[in-house]
Design a protein around this ligand. Structure first.
Ligand code: UDP
Length: 492
């Protein structure tokens, strides 16, 4: 039996096992614990360290109960130890991961029936843990879903699910309206939509149907955002989902004290990187990173590299998957960038896990070239750093639209097609093998970001203002603070 959690409200958090999803949902658990709730986070053993690293970052390591429930990888035909979606070695095995997750749901249910010290007062589950709704009902608790998307992207998805405009277009490249936030003109091509709206996707139809049934059945949606940033999207999402509770509780990355280094980062690399940043002028550094998994074809990487080494600002560039790059690209990187981080070098490359939140919070950072993953986007807002947007896939084209056209805190580099066919297994149709974005095009966008005259100043001051509002949202009485209270005391 797990530790007695007394009569406090008890929130059971069940992350969908993907790195970039686990980060914010564990942060939500930390915020709930800081608000006085008893919190249990249920995780496969292979992710316990990731969970603990986030809890330690937030100073909640001793308060939250971490319950490890075995993840049946091999039973579902996955390699042994494959316990996170981003560790699945090939898109063909994605359906197996969903199968394993179903069995995992049964094991989680057994755990909750017999091992929780007190019944949950609320369950917060990752969006693919579709079994969590029946479990919450059985345990007498309300069930909230956490998607990891922002409110605007969720609103777009709700519209797409209901009206299906993407099914009426003649091709993947024909733009169509998604009129969710008038007066903004919001147009997307089908190719730019999240996975579930693409004609071929590696998730089985049955699983997609279950995802939709789950999000329709839940009592509410927890969103990593803050109302002042996405107020209208939050209100419209609540209306579009038939009055569900939509609780904006972010930016959740602020659950850690400023400047705390994520312990997932290699400590030598992290300190090298911070020393390098310390030697740079305020607002002078361009930070370049494309999320936990973002990789680009070698031709595109070279075009990006050529723009980065020729631009006048110091650049901190995180490269994922560098071990699988062709030799000539690696050679080029070695001779044109710096891996040791001598303080006077101009382009520092990190190939390990970057302490991203601490980097963005560093005063030297003046701009962020991002793939528009929602975690990265909101971390940039919370740090007051304007963005150059390079969406790769998933809901990132939707996020780009919010950043560039609605909020006006970023400049687009002009990508029109997904950079990688992540999870679609459809490289030819969904991924560009060659460079879509040329060096000159990139330089122009980066100049607008880093030097952009009146427009650049306006962008910078808007995002700085949002930084202050983001912080206030989580302080006592702020909008996200109050929504965390609502979540803790929610009853059906
Ligand atoms: N992240 C990090 N270091 C890295 C890469 C990513 O700390 O080297 C974190 C980042 O701060 C964010 C998450 O991983 O919290 C990435 O989530 P996001 O939604 O931006 O993108 P995804 O990985 O889902 O594409």
């Amino acid at each position: 039996m797990e530790a007695n959690l007394s009569s406090k409200p008890h929130v059971v958090v069940i992350p969908w096992p993907v790195t970039s999803h686990m980060i914010p949902i564990v942060d939500i658990g930390c915020l709930l614990a800081a608000h006085g709730a008893a919190v249990t986070i249920i995780t496969p053993p292979g992710s316990a360290q990731l969970v603990r690293s986030r809890m330690d970052r937030a100073g909640q390591g001793d308060i939250i109960t971490v319950a490890m429930v075995p993840f049946p990888s091999t039973e579902a035909g996955l390699p042994e130890g494959c316990e996170r979606l981003d560790h699945v070695p090939s898109p063909n095995l994605v359906p197996n991961f969903f199968d394993a997750n179903k069995l995992y749901g049964e094991a989680v249910a057994r755990h909750c029936r017999t091992r929780l010290a007190t019944p949950p007062s609320c369950v917060v589950a990752g969006m693919c843990n579709t079994w969590a709704h029946a479990l919450a009902r059985e345990l007498g608790a309300p069930c909230f879903v956490f998607h990891g998307f922002g409110a605007f992207a969720l609103l777009c998805c709700e519209y797409l699910n209901t009206h299906k405009p993407h099914e009426a277009v003649a091709s993947m490249d024909v733009p169509f309206d998604v009129p969710v936030l008038p007066p903004f003109e919001l147009r997307f091509a089908r190719r730019q939509l999240p996975l579930q709206f693409l004609p071929s996707c590696s998730i089985k139809e049955e699983s997609l149907r279950e995802l939709r049934e789950f999000e329709t059945a839940v009592d509410g949606i927890v969103v990593n955002t803050f109302e002042e940033l996405e107020h209208e999207s939050v209100a419209r999402l609540a209306a579009a989902t038939g009055g569900k509770a939509v609780l904006a509780v972010g930016p959740v990355s602020l659950c850690g004290a400023p400047g705390v280094i994520d312990s997932r980062a290699d400590s030598d690399d992290a300190s090298r990187c911070m020393t390098w940043l310390d030697a740079k002028e305020a607002g002078s550094v361009l930070y370049v990173s494309f999320g936990s998994a973002g990789r680009m074809p070698p031709a595109q990487l070279m075009a990006l590299g050529a723009a980065l080494v020729s631009c006048p600002w110091p650049v901190l560039w995180v490269i994922k998957g560098a071990d699988s790059l062709p030799d000539d690209v690696n050679k080029w990187l070695q001779s044109n960038t710096d891996a040791d981080g001598v303080p006077e070098s101009k382009c520092l490359v990190l190939r390990t896990w970057a302490p991203q939140v601490a980097i963005l919070e560093h005063p030297a950072v003046g701009g962020f070239l991002t793939h528009c993953g929602w975690g990265s986007t909101l971390e940039s807002v919370a740090a007051g750093v304007p963005m150059a947007t390079w969406p790769f896939s998933a809901e990132q084209f939707l996020n780009e639209k919010l950043v560039v056209d609605v909020l006006r805190i970023g400049v687009s580099v002009g990508v029109t097609r997904p950079t990688e066919g992540v999870l679609t297994g459809d490289k030819a149709g969904g991924g560009e093998i060659n460079a879509e974005v040329g060096t000159e095009q990139l330089r122009t966008a980066l100049e607008k970001l880093m030097d952009g005259g009146a427009d650049g100043d306006a962008m910078r001051s808007k995002v700085q203002e949002l930084k202050g509002v983001a912080k206030a949202a989580l302080e006592n009485g702020g909008s996200s603070y109050m929504n965390l209270e609502k979540l803790i005391h929610f009853t059906v």
